[in-house]
Design a protein around this ligand. Structure first.
Ligand code: SF4
Length: 386
């Protein structure tokens, strides 16, 4: 390295699904090296659990584990997303920072306050890059937002194909190739091309268009909904059973509410819909994603889909509240709901058994509803004849 060439600082974010691809793009854009820790694994979980308060929620433990692995791998900074609010997320940052200091790690800790909206991301990029280039920062933010939307669109396609693919695993193989294409794109032009190429990769999957699949929404605490390690890859497991899933909480819908300025938004946002549909059951935001989850049940019911799964971390206060509201919704919402609570002890076998039983229940219900539908006109005809 030439003497006058400044060493790039390395910055690590915790994992949450494929979000690292979007962050890495924005950091590279402003001249910072993204440090991607190994994807969350059992080792990450055990490191995080060892150094976390026992009763804290699962995402905290996994983030802690991600940070420890990132620091061991040589990152200079660990970056944490924070927000104020009624749940523990607002305290996560400080706790993690202190815990890392107590463990003797000397990587620097930096926060990104997401609820400052686009200004929060802008400030973060300026601080971390040490530059003062507004045009560059706006481009980096645009790249980040567009990648997040593209990643979510791609996941929707994956879910569609997975439930219908002729050879199990094909869709995921193509999806992984598509992710690499998106990761490499660094500006609008490249991203447009990446979108086209990524979907072309997905189109190579052989699938049965006419297969009768079940449709399930996945709602719950956003980290668990989006992160496949923490939800034990629920969309893949359901895909194997011929279920097309739709995540009610996505990073793109969150960005639409928290980051994207109002004038650039199209249509109703998730939070706006939540305020509209959750009102009869929950009057105000009680932290986390509870309001959204309650409204997601009503929304799934309105669309007449086959079922909804609510997934939350053990001890998550807002989601304990929303799970207790679901029984009261039964009066108006006739949709099967499966609540799943996850922690570091959750075993795969019991979890799969619950999913299989739920799928079985939805199949039988769907058949019954279809039969009722067929019989209704026949009965009406018979009545007329009488
Ligand atoms: S929403 Fe739940 S899991 Fe997420 S930080 Fe708050 S308490 Fe923890």
């Amino acid at each position: 390295m030439a003497n006058n060439e400044k060493k790039k600082i390395k910055v690590a974010f915790p994992h949450m699904g494929t979000i690292s691809i979007a962050w890495a793009g924005a950091l590279r854009k402003v001249g910072v090296e993204p440090f991607i820790p190994p994807y969350t694994s059992k080792r990450t979980l055990s490191l995080g659990t060892k150094h976390s308060p026992e009763a804290i929620c699962l995402p905290y433990k996994l983030i802690m584990g991600n940070f420890i692995e990132a620091i061991e791998g040589g990152t200079d900074y660990v970056a944490m997303i924070t927000s104020p609010g009624c749940c523990r997320l607002g305290e996560y940052g400080k706790c993690i920072n202190h815990a890392l200091e107590d463990l003797g790690y000397n990587a620097k800790y930096i926060e990104l306050t997401l609820y400052d909206g686009v200004q929060g991301v802008y400030n973060f990029l300026r601080e971390i890059s040490g530059k003062n280039d507004p045009v560059l920062f706006v481009r980096a933010i645009m790249l980040l937002i567009r990648k997040v939307f593209l990643l979510d669109d791609l996941e929707t396609r994956l879910s569609y194909l997975r439930a219908r693919e002729l050879k199990f695993g094909d869709a995921e193989k193509q999806y992984l190739k598509a992710l690499k294409i998106i990761d490499a794109a660094m500006n609008t032009q490249q991203l447009n091309r990446a979108r086209k190429l990524a979907f072309e990769e997905m189109d190579k999957v052989a699938y049965d268009k006419n297969k009768d699949v079940l449709h399930v929404d996945i709602t719950g605490e956003i980290y668990l909904v989006c992160d496949k390690f923490s939800n034990q890859d629920i969309t893949k497991e359901l895909g194997k059973m011929g279920v097309e899933t739709r995540k009610s909480l996505t990073v793109s819908s969150f960005l639409k509410d928290a980051i994207i300025p109002k004038i650039f938004r199209k249509g109703e946002t998730h939070l706006q819909r939540a305020n509209r549909l959750a009102k009869p059951y929950l009057m105000r935001d009680i932290g986390g994603d509870a309001l959204e989850c309650v409204s997601d049940v009503a929304y799934a019911d309105q669309r007449g889909i086959d079922g909804i799964i609510h997934i939350s971390p053990f001890t998550c206060m807002p989601e304990i509240m929303s799970q207790n509201i679901f029984p009261a919704m039964r009066e108006n919402c006739d949709i099967p709901i499966l609540p799943l609570i996850m922690d570091e002890q959750t075993g795969k076998a019991g979890y799969l058994t619950r999913l299989e039983a739920f799928v079985d229940l939805m199949r039988r219900r769907k058949r019954r509803l279809e039969m009722n539908k067929k019989q209704a006109p026949q009965e009406a005809e018979e009545k007329e004849l009488v």
